[in-house]
Design a protein around this ligand. Structure first.
Ligand code: AMP
Ligand code: ZN
Length: 484
């Protein structure tokens, strides 16, 4: 199926047509490693994971990077304040970033370039910009003259009317109403500051230069897709665009720009500076599990704001249980522990499904995410199908290969979601729980006898949400099993 993406640059949805489907180049702005990532940052990393998994499921071969910003204003300040080297500041946070990715079942990308290992590439880029007449020097630092670049503002649609010629911005981060020349190379201001002795002078790169240079370093060209949080659109991505396009005017820097909306807390962007953040560890320590967190953060559309709350995490748990209980029901009928293959070939899976209902459900799931990664649309179709799966099991309508094909359906779904379990995990029940289940099963039997089907269904749902599967035998006896 073909993809459509909402390109921030054109402001509309466009068909996705990578230059080479066997090497789709994708670059994502990664973490600044001076602290734990918070759940907002993690939302943007999970968005990259969904993009990856979606493209893989449609057969693209990916060459993907996420950079590690291991030098910027915040890191320098932390290093001066704590009297530690930049490496001592960044090493533990880089490690915790990778641990977070692993905890949340985020797939490994092909490259994780580090800014501090790409200084030569940054120097080269500045030389090109100098040759193209876009750079000037002031007090030993080098600045990009935005008025000299025709396309400035093109990406973020920033109002360039207030753009001030020759007025500079030294900070890595600044606001929209502060459109000024930005720094490419900052000269060293004090001995304690980390610096590199290059032919641009003794100093360090501006943050925006880092990403432009790392893209060039990894790909030797521009990329098909560039992603980041929406807060990066201006100035970071606008400046990247100005640098890369200014250095290589004959090439297209980025074909599709994708921006992920913010995670909010009580209506405000979750951010380190506001102090309104949770790290993954904070949430795990409160007893929530990784799958719940992953599910919550991927289940709304990446271009919608998402308000984070602990209540939403609870809801995510229940929703996940609904999916998992249905999957266990299928696995139970197969009556063996289905070993999930280490690397599921999604393309082959699709061809193995013959039951037209399952084929259609899978098509609907795909149609959702192929439309600008509309995972909520995919999930909506999945919940409809789950209802149908359960109803058909209640009526013994699935036969023959259907059970296995249903497992294939869930394997496909989980190639995106990354949260389901394909191994049965039996948990012992306490005698109180057993008594309570027996009582409900008995009450359901009576309700059915009295044609009170609403109550009977209600009881089935209560039990199913606890992972209890009912089997009504021909003899009129109801057996039950714990399937989760
Ligand atoms: P940083 O570590 O601050 O450089 O940010 C890493 C990534 O997280 C960037 O793509 C940011 O745009 C993104 N980000 C930061 N805060 C949030 C948030 N509250 N919601 C979603 N993404 C965010
Ligand atoms: Zn970046």
């Amino acid at each position: 199926m073909s993809f459509q993406f909402y390109n921030s640059k054109s402001g509309k949805k466009e068909p996705f047509l990578p230059k080479d489907p066997n090497r789709v180049k994708i670059y994502s702005c990664g973490p600044t490693v001076y602290n734990f990532a918070h759940l907002g940052n993690i939302r943007s990393f999970l968005f990259v994971d969904i993009l990856r998994r979606a493209l893989l499921s449609e057969g693209y071969v990916l060459d993907q990077s996420m950079n590690i910003t291991d030098i910027d204003d915040k890191i320098i300040n932390a290093s001066i304040e704590k009297k530690l080297s930049v490496e001592e500041i960044t090493a533990p946070w880089t490690k915790s970033f990778f641990e977070d990715l692993e905890s949340l079942n985020i797939q490994k990308l092909e490259h994780y370039p580090k800014a501090t290992e790409s200084i030569e590439d940054m120097v080269d880029l500045v030389h090109r910009l100098q040759n193209n007449g876009l750079v000037y020097e002031k007090d030993g630092s080098l600045y990009y003259s935005i008025q000299k670049f025709k396309g400035y503002g093109e990406l973020s649609k920033i109002d360039v009317a207030g753009m001030k010629s020759g007025v500079r911005n030294d900070a890595d981060e600044y606001e929209k109403d502060d459109v000024r020349d930005f720094v490419l190379w900052k000269n060293q201001k004090s001995d304690g500051e980390k610096s590199w002795d290059t032919d641009l002078g003794k100093g360090r790169p501006g943050w925006h230069l880092e990403c432009s240079a790392m893209i060039r370093k990894v790909y030797g060209s521009g990329v098909d897709i560039h992603t980041g949080g929406i807060d990066l659109l201006f100035p970071h991505h606008e400046n990247e665009h100005a640098q890369s396009q200014g250095a290589y005017p004959e090439e297209e820097f980025v074909t599709t720009w994708l921006h992920c909306e913010h995670l909010l807390v009580e209506g405000e962007k979750m951010s380190k500076s506001k102090g309104n953040f949770f790290t993954l560890r904070d949430i795990l320590e409160k007893g929530y599990d990784k799958k719940q967190i992953r599910y919550l953060l991927i289940s709304s559309h990446y271009r919608s704001k998402l308000n984070f709350s602990l209540a939403k995490l609870e809801e995510a748990k229940q929703t996940l249980e609904r999916i998992q209980t249905t999957l266990f029901r299928v696995l139970e009928v197969l009556d063996y522990v289905y070993e999930k293959p280490a690397a599921v070939n999604i393309q082959t899976l699709k061809t193995k499904i013959e039951n037209q209902k399952i084929v259609q459900a899978l098509n609907e799931f795909e149609t959702g995410f192929c439309d600008d990664l509309n995972l909520p649309k995919s999930l909506g179709s999945m919940f409809e199908f789950i209802k149908e799966i359960n109803q058909s099991y209640d009526k013994n309508l699935w036969t023959g290969n259907d059970h296995l094909e249903l497992v294939y359906y869930f394997l496909f779904v989980d190639s995106l979601l990354g949260v389901l379990s394909f191994e049965k995990e039996m948990q012992a029940l306490s005698s109180e729980e057993e008594n309570e289940i027996n009582r409900l099963v008995e009450e359901r039997g009576l309700a059915k006898k009295n044609k009170n089907f609403a109550r009977a269904d209600e009881i089935r749902n209560i039990l199913s949400s606890r992972g209890i599967q009912l089997l009504d035998t021909k003899e009129g006896i109801t057996q039950w099993k714990k399937v989760q």
